[in-house]
Design a binder for this molecule. Structure first.
Ligand SMILES: Cc1cc2nc3c(=O)[nH]c(=O)nc-3n(C[C@H](O)[C@H](O)[C@H](O)COP(=O)(O)O)c2cc1C
Length: 192
């Protein structure tokens, strides 16, 4: 995880547009794979932190299986990470701290999920969404004092397996897998 955190910092320093992003895989209620892009809010020795809405399909999918796979790709560094593990709740203080920095328009979308329709629900039209967003603006007219909706949640994606593929390694690509066993990381090299 220290390696991932360090590589992510290098990607940020290189202004890699993917440095703050990941792709989260879950399994839906019918057993089909489901992928989506998320912002990575933090990486520590134990977990990757993400914020997702409690009313979204992915929340239900993560709760049902407790499992995930996460992909981080830093094209400037030629590095791919695949992470697997289990989901845990994240402390609410981090969510509140980040809410302050969230743009007003996006805060209103979070309230739309609460009062109007959950994230990913079908809409009768784009106009219906715009009208609903305007209703949220009328309900919370002051950008500085929009409260945090209960549905905005932080999750710790607790990592148990890390796979790192380095496309820039010479004379041949390097692929290493790390598994957490009894609190310590065990490493094995893989055919890239
Ligand atoms: C660059 C980018 C960043 C995103 N970041 C987030 C995020 O941090 N949290 C989130 O819930 N959705 C985020 N989304 C939207 C998700 O990809 C997805 O469309 C949405 O959460 C609905 O997913 P679901 O139907 O699987 O629940 C982001 C999308 C993009 C393109």
């Amino acid at each position: 995880m220290a390696l991932l955190a360090a590589d992510r910092e290098r990607a940020k320093a290189d202004r890699d547009p993917l440095a703050n992003l990941c792709v989260l895989a879950t399994v839906d209620g019918e057993g089909a794979p489901a992928l989506r892009t998320l912002v990575v809010r933090g990486v520590d020795a134990r977990a990757v932190q993400v914020f997702i809405n409690r009313n979204s399909p992915k929340w239900a999918e993560l709760r049902a299986s407790g499992r995930f796979e996460l992909l981080c790709y830093y094209p400037g560094l030629g590095l791919q990470y695949r992470l697997r593990g289990r989901v845990a709740d994240h402390d609410l203080d981090a969510v509140r701290a980040s809410w302050v920095r969230k743009p007003y328009r996006t805060k209103l979308v979070d309230w739309y999920y609460e009062h109007e329709r959950p994230q990913s629900a079908p809409l009768e039209s784009r106009e219906a969404l715009v009208a609903g967003h305007r209703r949220m603006q009328e309900r919370y007219p002051d950008p500085e004092s929009v409260p945090v909706p209960d549905g905005v949640r932080g999750l710790d994606l607790v990592v148990e397996r890390v796979e790192r593929l380095d496309l820039n390694a010479l004379p041949v690509h390097e692929r290493r897998a790390f598994s957490r066993v009894d609190g310590a990381w065990e490493e094995v090299a893989l055919v890239p």
